[in-house]
Design a protein around this ligand. Structure first.
Ligand code: SF4
Length: 291
């Protein structure tokens, strides 16, 4: 059972859910519905939807809406995915053009059922963006491709600007929180990205409040710097339902600020830390902060 959320956090979530412009939220939703484009914002029940959608921002979820893994923190549906939609890259590029995005974040469900984990589809999406949305900055938040260096190279060959892969939590909690994933394998995704494309900017994220201890967080940050990870996000874990992992603790804004300073001292070039920070939260803003 999750701890009850503090009042200040409930107020923050309400504010983020409302956003700043109901009309723009509706416009963004209408466009996504018209082009049949799911977002991780909706599928993962992100608390920032109102805020992001009212700035015409969303994180696109490609490769279907059903994930082959069963992470205990994630609200995305699990099971047997449908076949991949061949025209998704074109529809997504059209949405990016209509939204006028200069920075797009794209993620996917994990597709362990596909021989390449969906890497070729990621590549087709980036190619469509390069063709139809010249100048757009492309940030990909990829799965671990079961450790396939070849799949990662396929994605990187298309020249995304940022390659993100979230560690999500500390290694001790992987067996209960990230079943099917391996901590070292996830670190290697980031390490290999730099080996394959030395100029790529890499990014990772952690959720706090799942039961991790302070020295464990510090060790993960050092591991990330060891593989030259450039950007970091730290946010509060919020349990999507009673069937998901419970919240062990709510981290206050002062601790987030202290973690941010600590991470910058370790050498991260940009660190977003706060209760409602998610991997894609204000992605263009934090990219602009790279030192
Ligand atoms: S923080 Fe990311 S996932 Fe959440 S609503 Fe904003 S763009 Fe979507």
């Amino acid at each position: 059972m999750s701890q009850p959320a503090p009042e200040w956090l409930i107020a923050e979530v309400r504010r983020a859910k409302r956003g700043t412009g109901a009309e723009i939220v509706t416009q963004t939703r209408d466009l996504l519905d018209r082009l049949h484009l799911p977002t991780v914002c909706d599928r993962a029940r992100c608390p920032n939807r109102g805020e992001c959608f009212s700035h015409h921002t969303a994180t696109f979820l490609i490769l279907g809406e059903v994930c082959t893994r069963g992470c205990a923190f994630c609200a995305v549906s699990k099971g047997k995915p449908a076949s991949v939609s061949a025209d998704e890259p074109q529809r997504l590029a059209l949405a990016v053009a209509e939204l006028g995005l200069r920075h797009v974040v794209i993620t996917s469900v994990t597709r362990d059922d596909l021989p390449d984990g969906g890497a070729a589809h990621y590549a087709r999406v980036v190619e469509a963006l390069r063709e139809h949305c010249p100048g757009v900055r492309v940030e990909l938040l990829v799965p671990d491709f079961q450790g396939s260096r070849e799949a990662l190279a396929t994605v990187l060959a298309t020249g995304p600007d940022i390659l993100a892969h979230n560690l999500e939590t500390v290694p001790r909690l992987y067996p209960e929180v990230r079943r099917g994933a391996e901590y070292r394998r996830s670190l290697e995704v980031l390490e290999q990205a730099k080996q394959i494309s030395p100029k790529i900017i890499t990014k990772s994220g952690l959720m706090l409040g799942l039961g991790e201890k302070s020295p464990e967080i510090e060790a993960v940050l050092r591991d990330l710097r060891h593989v030259a990870c450039d950007m970091l996000t730290l946010g509060q874990y919020l349990s999507p339902s009673l069937h998901h992992a419970p919240v062990a603790r709510y981290v206050n804004p002062e601790e987030f600020a202290s973690r941010q300073r600590q991470a910058l001292d370790l050498g991260f070039k940009s660190v977003a830390a706060g209760p409602l920070v998610r991997s894609s939260y204000k992605a263009p803003v934090f990219f602009g902060e790279i030192r």
